[in-house]
Design a protein around this ligand. Structure first.
Ligand code: NCD
Length: 326
């Protein structure tokens, strides 16, 4: 059995709460599974001839916060694998609005499906749900804490475009304090020989516990307020200023237009710079960046389906290599 096949088995029946819960071998096995799914042609029937490995299985999607990509790409992934989806995209139409607790909701919904994707405004909600449920719970974002499946697709996209993960200089820019995609990806990148750089205003620096975590690993990274002070970069990971998480709306107003890149601002980094963004963007990446070869944000959304197919396949008992794949 190969290292990837062995690590793939560690996904069976497991919850996905934090990217940091996964070893390097497990992360690489997931990326390998996604690569195998990518070999099938999405233009064909189902996923281009791939056996529907999750036929008869049901995914529950419980979204207590707005989402476009995470929810729809999980749904697309499940449907393409022959499975079905149930759930809600607006908590106001669930019994939560009648005062039902999250723990009760999870105990009910686990009787209806084989795995749950949960997005919730409270940090720690996914951990609580995972401890309650007897089926895998996948964190689709918990407050400003973590967003592990975004991280898996980010890693996949960077490796696909740059050909590697080791040896890269990765800059994160924007809302480093409340941006959960930043927190998850930063932790996962500690598995790799990557130079981390953080670009953002003083009041939106990384949360203290994450900075302490990086320091303990000897990987604090450069912290600067302006992009032009960041030095060389291979990857620039842009983020939206998370307006909804600001206790004081005036703080948001003060910086909302300060962290914006356009083609001219990116020119000094050269033509090989990879620009990622989890989306949605507001105004932080100008539309003139979209036509650069290194603009990968829509590629990320496409890869989100492939990576989530691989994850669902492995969590619900699938193995590597895929039938007809490898
Ligand atoms: C992100 C999120 O929800 O954290 N979106 C996503 O899942 N692709 C980023 C954001 O909302 O800014």
């Amino acid at each position: 059995m190969s290292a990837d096949q062995h690590a793939a088995q560690a996904f069976h029946g497991r919850s996905v709460v934090s990217a940091a819960d996964f070893t390097k071998a497990e992360v690489l096995a997931l990326l390998e599974a996604a690569r195998q799914f990518d070999r099938f042609d999405p233009g064909g029937p189902a996923w281009g001839g791939l056996a529907p490995t999750l036929s008869g299985r049901v995914l529950g999607t419980l979204f207590f916060e707005p989402s476009t990509r995470t929810r729809l790409s999980f749904e697309s992934a499940m449907l393409r694998l022959g499975g079905s989806v149930l759930g809600f995209a607006d908590a106001r139409i669930s019994s939560l609005s009648k005062g039902e607790s999250l723990v009760d909701t999870i105990q009910v919904v686990e009787g209806y499906c084989d795995a749950i994707v949960l997005r919730h405004p409270s940090e720690g909600a996914a951990r609580l749900a995972a401890e309650t449920a007897r089926i895998p719970v996948i964190n689709g974002g918990d407050g400003s804490n973590q967003h592990p499946t975004q991280t898996f697709l980010d890693l996949y996209t960077i490796r696909e475009a740059a050909g590697r993960l080791d040896g890269l200089k990765v800059g994160f820019m924007g809302d480093l304090r409340y941006g959960r995609t930043v927190h998850s990806l930063t932790e996962a990148l500690l598995h790799f020989d990557v130079e981390l750089k953080f670009i953002g205003p003083e009041n939106l620096r990384l949360p203290r516990d994450l900075r302490d975590h990086l320091r303990r690993h000897g990987r604090s990274g450069l912290e600067v307020e302006n992009l032009q002070d960041a030095g060389d970069l291979d990857v620039l990971y842009m983020t939206r200023i998370q307006k909804e998480r600001f206790p004081d709306p005036m703080d948001y107003e003060r910086i909302r237009n300060a962290y914006r890149v356009d083609r001219a601002a990116l020119a000094p980094f050269g033509p090989d710079l990879k620009v990622l963004h989890p989306l949605p963007r507001v105004n932080e990446v100008a539309p003139d960046v979209d036509s650069l070869p290194g603009a990968l944000y829509f590629r990320q959304t496409r890869n989100g389906v492939t990576v989530r197919m691989a994850l669902l396949h492995l969590l619900l008992g699938g193995a590597l290599p895929l039938e007809g794949g490898a």
